[in-house]
Design a protein around this ligand. Structure first.
Ligand code: UDP
Ligand code: MG
Length: 324
C-alpha cells in the first residue's frame, strides 16, 4: 500500500470555488491512487478559517457525500498562515505527506504529480515555484516580486516566487511542529527545517472565482511580519543609520568651526530646521523598527494558542490501524 497523502486547503469565504476545487482535487487523488503512487486512504482536508458564508456547510456536505473529503473547523478567523498550520498539524498525525494549497485553484493541481514523485525520490520538502506571473495584474506582479526582493535584502530568506504551495513529509511536519512561534510566517520557517528539498515549477492561474483576500494593506503587513519574524537586520540598519548621522554631525561641526575661524557669519535657520526634522524623523523611524520587535517579543512571551479547533470531520481514521 502506498503512502497517505493529505491535501490541506485553507478556506476563508470560499463558497464559490469550493465545489470546483473539491471536484478537481478528488479527481487528482483518484488518478494518483490508480497509478499506485498514494494510498486510497488519502484525503482532501479543508480548513474553514471562520468563514462568514456557507463554506463550512459545504465542507460538511462534501464530507457526508464522500469519505475522501474531511474538514477542520477553526473557532474563528485566524488568518491564512494559522489556518494552514492548523490543517498541517491535523494532517500530521494521519498522513505520510501533506500538500498545502490555496482554495482558489490558482495553484496548478497538476503539479501535485511531480511533487509526489519527488517525495518518492526521497525529498522531505518540495516547493511549488511559479514559473511566471504573466496572468497576474501588473500591480500584483510588481508588489509581489518587490516583496521577495525586499524580504531577501532585509535578511528574511525565502524561496523566490514560492507561496504556500508545497509538499511536506511527515518528518518535515514534525519538524515544523517544533517551531513554536506565535508570529507565524511559514514560508520563512519551512526552509529552516532542512532535509532534502526540491522545487517543482508550475504556472499560476487566475483566481477561479471570488476575490483575493490579500489586498495591498494585508500584503504589506504580511511582509513586515515576515521580515521581523525572520531577521534582525533592520535593527542593525538602525545602528548603521546612527553611525552615519553621527559622521554627518562631525562633518558639520568641523565645517562650522572652520567658518567661524574664517570670521564668516554662520547661517542659521534653514539648516537648523532641516536637521531638526531629519533627526526627529530618523529617531521616530528607529523607534518604530525597534518597537516592532518589542511587539513581537510581547506576543511571543504570552504564548497564546495559534488556533483553536471547533470540530474535525473524519471517518474511518480509527479503523485504519497502523500505517505502512
Ligand atoms: N485564507 C484563509 N484565511 C484568511 C484569508 C485567506 O484561510 O483570513 C485562505 C483563502 O481562502 C485562500 C488562501 O488563504 O485559500 C489564499 O488567499 P487568497 O487567494 O485570497 O490570496 P492571494 O492568492 O490573492 O494572495
Ligand atoms: Mg489566491
Amino acid at each position: 500500500m502506498g503512502d497517505v497523502l493529505y491535501i490541506v486547503v485553507p478556506c476563508y469565504n470560499e463558497e464559490e470555488v469550493l465545489p470546483e476545487t473539491a471536484k478537481r482535487l478528488k479527481a487528482k487523488l483518484s488518478a494518483l491512487t490508480a497509478a499506485g503512487k498514494i494510498s486510497p486512504e488519502s484525503r482532501v482536508l479543508f480548513v474553514n478559517d471562520g468563514s462568514r458564508d456557507k463554506t463550512w456547510e459545504e465542507i460538511c456536505a462534501l464530507h457526508r457525500a464522500e469519505a475522501v473529503f474531511s474538514g477542520v473547523d477553526l473557532s474563528r478567523n485566524r488568518g491564512h498562515q494559522n489556518a494552514l498550520l492548523a490543517g498541517l498539524m491535523t494532517a500530521m498525525e494521519r498522513c505520510d505527506m501533506a500538500i498545502s494549497m490555496d482554495a482558489d485553484l490558482q495553484d496548478d493541481v497538476d503539479a501535485v504529480d511531480a511533487m509526489v514523485d519527488k517525495y518518492h525520490e526521497g525529498c522531505d520538502i518540495v516547493y511549488g515555484v511559479r514559473s511566471s506571473r504573466k496572468k497576474d495584474t501588473f500591480f500584483k506582479r510588481f508588489t509581489a516580486e518587490g516583496f521577495y526582493r525586499v524580504m531577501n535584502a532585509l535578511g528574511a530568506e525565502t524561496v523566490f516566487n514560492h507561496a504556500d504551495y508545497r509538499l511536506m513529509s511527515r518528518r518535515a511536519l514534525e519538524g515544523l511542529a517544533q517551531f513554536r512561534e506565535v508570529n507565524l510566517f511559514l514560508r520563512g520557517i519551512v526552509p529552516m527545517i532542512g532535509y532534502n528539498t526540491a522545487v517543482v515549477e508550475y504556472e499560476r492561474g487566475e483566481r477561479f472565482a471570488g476575490e483575493s483576500k490579500y489586498p495591498l494593506k494585508k500584503m504589506l503587513s504580511f511582509a513586515m511580519e515576515g521580515i521581523t519574524s525572520l531577521s534582525t537586520k533592520p535593527i542593525r540598519y538602525v545602528t548603521a543609520l546612527g553611525v552615519l548621522v553621527f559622521i554627518v554631525a562631525i562633518a558639520m561641526l568641523i565645517y562650522s568651526v572652520v567658518r567661524w575661524a574664517l570670521g564668516e557669519t554662520i547661517l542659521g535657520w534653514a539648516s537648523l530646521i532641516c536637521s531638526i526634522w531629519a533627526i526627529g524623523g530618523l529617531i521616530l523611524l528607529s523607534l518604530g523598527v525597534i518597537g516592532e520587535y518589542i511587539g513581537k517579543i510581547y506576543l511571543e512571551t504570552k504564548g497564546r494558542p495559534r488556533f483553536l479547533i471547533r470540530e474535525v470531520l473524519e471517518d474511518g481514521v480509527e479503523e485504519k490501524g497502523p500505517r505502512t
